[in-house]
Design a protein around this ligand. Structure first.
Ligand code: GLC
Length: 752
């Protein structure tokens, strides 16, 4: 208890620090800055202008030394600051001062449904970036979870555009208050990995606007993000790193984006489009650095010597170039030239507290049944005193911060689930045993960063299962840590999963253990949903994400009840792929069909349209394994008395109030969710859509009244006839509850 109090005090102190934290006044969009930009532009030579709009190394671009502007440094990624790599190679440079805090993956952040956590995240990660001399973090990622096979879903914020658009804002704002640019990615429609470089996405304007763009729109128009990373894939037959519709028309003209569009690494493919279609900084174009060609390979980039040559030959004026350079100069004055940036910190206690707090708040308790072997008490939280606990599974011991693609890190430490339990239970007079249970990915390195683990185990699956079953027979609790990992075709960049089933015969293991021990707990470590055919035989199921440096600490806290879980699923947990819209229209809808039979362009049509996630299962009347927004607690809550001062609105602005009571025995957090249904509309609309939520922490017996607001946009759909948002007058329904499938309060209202 003392530890908990201390932790709360520390969090309050760090919150107070956050509050006192004098946000540096950076020269943003002030007259001074715009004057400085114009002044600098006038002074720059053509070569200097060209020099700042393309990379000079793997992760940096040139400043203008003659004018006192330093080089500009970017780095991955969304979950922590990537270790330095060699000038022009992906291999890590082997520094001794770039081990970092690995923060939880963004699906975990989304699962907290708590904007405060985004604020702490952006601030802590921004401080780590400052310390490491990075001017732009290549994150956060907000691509929508369209299929549970998506290799990079773990880096994103789930299936719902509203949830993602709320959770992205303060991450960006807090980071940029430190003078570190965020670079929201991958804009847009990058919802699969396998053919990410070749896929040409066809999607209705409604689905584009209502589902795939809102989180990017909020990043730009609410958080004021300074960078946007174009995605590899094509939309409307143009690569998204230079796309006339997504970049020029929507991002820059319609949303008024004044920051910089950065290519994904190798995402630029065409000089004329790179010049005219919105690209401002070109990175990673496939060169092998200084070795290719007689001179510096970066000279071969599209926005490098060939652009300069084309200007000198009169093919282009400097109009487009000057727009790019103005944006880059604005980025410089916000970052490298920002004299008011505070100091950074690396691996501070506060950063570990933030990593742990987000992990603890993001863990989702999916199932927690009473069992007669525990006198009809729920299996969780466990009572460890004097007990024998069997921990099973490779994911109990495997480091997860190395691998998975560009979000891979060199963490200063990573507490595994087994270590976390051993640390927490060391004074509980209990016996913890371990059984491997299955062997999955025994590698442990990425870009030269190694885990140092030797996970080799030559035993056969049946031997591993038999060993675990034998030990389980005499254990008081069995805690299985399974799920996915960061290897190819799991939760990993560059590939998608080939199926939704658990790999490595884990289903056999889980089934066998549940058969011999009724107090079996399954903890799934992943960024994606997996099939759980044994779900009814396992009394307790927890979704533990890729939780970063404090993974084991956080999981142990929740499993023993130090922390009452309050996470909610940021995506629908389907029973299987048959319940998924993206997988209901054949190959054309996923992963796409090669055009003209050549392996160049693969056309993928989002035939499910706006019906993604719960929007699809509602429409098809399907019952998923666990609903969007689902998450249990060790206490219980009652949500009641939904009301509104008036139930007629002319501008869509409604203020709903609802009472939330903790009706259980322990303190806990609840996420009150508001879904809106348009009961009659000239176009087909989802049964309901999330349009507001709030997390509240209550002591036993405590009641609070929550306010949930909507506006016109919350009632609107994208009208393809007028290319604008439209809310049709008529009857609407507000539904409030604690999950998409548990909305206990309903209230009709009218839009006049
Ligand atoms: C990768 C990723 C992108 C990352 C970049 C730099 O291909 O798509 O998210 O930031 O390249 O590593």
């Amino acid at each position: 208890m003392l530890k908990k109090t201390l932790f709360i005090c520390l969090m309050m102190v760090s919150q107070a620090l956050l509050a006192q934290h004098v946000k540096p006044v950076y020269l943003d969009d002030t007259k001074d800055m715009e004057e400085r930009i114009e002044d600098a532009l006038k002074r720059m030579t053509l070569a200097e202008k060209i020099g700042v709009i393309h990379a000079q190394s793997k992760f940096s671009s040139a400043g203008v030394k003659r004018l006192g502007m330093p080089d500009f440094w970017t780095d991955d990624g969304p979950h922590g600051v990537r270790p330095d790599v060699l000038w022009d190679k992906w291999e890590q440079a082997g520094q001794s001062n770039d081990s970092c805090v690995a923060f939880p993956a963004l699906t975990c952040l989304a699962a907290t449904w708590n904007g405060d956590m985004s604020e702490y995240y952006g601030h802590a990660l921004g401080e780590e970036a400052l310390y490491r001399g990075k001017d732009m973090i290549l994150g956060p990622g907000v691509n929508i979870y369209r299929t549970p096979l998506g290799g990079r879903n773990f880096e994103y914020m789930g299936e719902d555009p509203y949830l993602a658009s709320r959770m992205v804002v303060s991450y960006i704002h807090e980071m940029q208050c430190l003078g570190v640019a965020s670079c929201v990615k991958h804009y847009c429609l990058n919802n699969e990995e396998e053919y990410r470089h070749q896929v040409n996405v066809k999607v209705s304007d409604r689905a584009l606007r209502e589902i795939y763009l809102p989180a990017f729109e909020s990043a730009v128009t609410e958080a004021g993000v300074w960078g946007v990373m174009g995605a590899y894939n094509l939309y409307n037959d143009e690569h998204n790193c230079h796309n006339s519709i997504t970049l020029n028309k929507i991002l820059k003209q319609e949303w008024g984006f004044r920051g910089v569009v950065v290519s994904d690494w190798g995402g630029a493919h065409n000089l004329d489009q790179a010049v005219r279609n919105g690209l401002d900084m070109e990175f990673g174009t496939w060169t092998n650095g200084l070795t290719e060609g007689a001179s510096n390979a970066y000279d071969m980039y599209y926005l490098s010597k060939q652009y300069q040559k084309a200007i000198l030959e009169g093919k282009y004026t400097e109009k487009e170039l000057n727009d790019k350079v103005r944006r880059v100069l604005r980025l410089f004055f916000r970052t490298t030239m920002n004299r008011k940036k505070p100091y950074g910190f690396l691996c501070s206690d506060e950063h570990y507290q933030v990593a742990r707090a987000i992990a603890e708040e993001g863990i989702v308790l999916l199932k927690n049944e009473k069992v007669k072997e525990l006198n009809n008490e729920t299996v969780l939280p466990i009572d460890p005193v004097g007990k024998k606990i069997l921990v099973v599974g490779e994911n109990a011991i495997k480091m997860m911060t190395v691998g998975g693609g560009s979000s891979s890190l060199k963490a200063q430490h990573e507490i595994s689930p087994l270590q976390g339990l051993q640390n927490r239970l060391k004074d509980c007079n209990c016996q913890i045993e371990f059984a491997r249970g299955y062997v999955g990915d025994v590698t442990g390195n990425y870009n030269g960063v190694t885990t140092g683990q030797n996970l080799k185990d030559e035993r056969k699956p049946e031997t591993l299962i038999a060993e675990a079953v034998e030990k389980a027979k005499t254990a008081d609790y069995v805690i299985i840590f399974g799920g996915l990992n960061k290897s190819n075709h799991q939760d990993c960049e560059g590939h998608d999963r080939k199926s939704m089933e658990l790999p490595y015969a884990q289903d056999n293991l889980i089934t066998a253990l549940a058969a011999v021990n009724k107090k079996t707990i399954y903890v799934n470590i992943s960024g994606n949903a997996v099939c759980m055919p044994w779900r009814k035989q396992v009394p307790a199921i927890v979704q533990g994400w890729f939780l970063g440096s404090e993974a084991g600490t956080a999981l142990a806290s929740v499993l023993v009840g130090d922390v009452n879980p309050s996470g909610k699923l940021p995506f629908t947990w389907y029973e299987n792929l048959k319940q998924v819209g993206a997988h209901s229209f054949g190959e054309e809808a996923f992963p796409g069909i090669w055009r003209d039979g050549k392996k160049e362009i693969i056309d993928e049509e989002y035939k499910e349209g706006i019906y993604v996630g719960y929007r699809w299962t509602d429409k098809q009347k399907l019952k998923p394994a666990f609903a969007f927004g689902h998450g249990l607690s060790y206490t219980t809550f009652k949500i009641s008395n939904l009301r509104a001062e008036n139930t007629v609105t002319t501008d869509g602005e409604m203020t709903f109030k609802v009472d939330v009571t903790n009706t259980g025995k322990v303190a806990g957090g609840e996420v009150v969710q508001l879904y809106i249904s348009d009961l009659k509309c000239s176009v087909d609309r989802p049964v309901k859509e999330l349009k507001a939520f709030q997390k509240v922490f209550l002591k036993p017996g405590e009641t609070q009244t929550i306010t949930l607001d909507t506006d016109k946009r919350a009632l609107s759909f994208w009208d393809e006839a007028t290319n604008d948002w439209k809310a049709e007058p008529g009857d609407f329904m507000a539904q409030v509850g604690d999950a998409a499938d548990n909305l206990s309060c309903k209230l009709k209202f009218i839009l006049r």
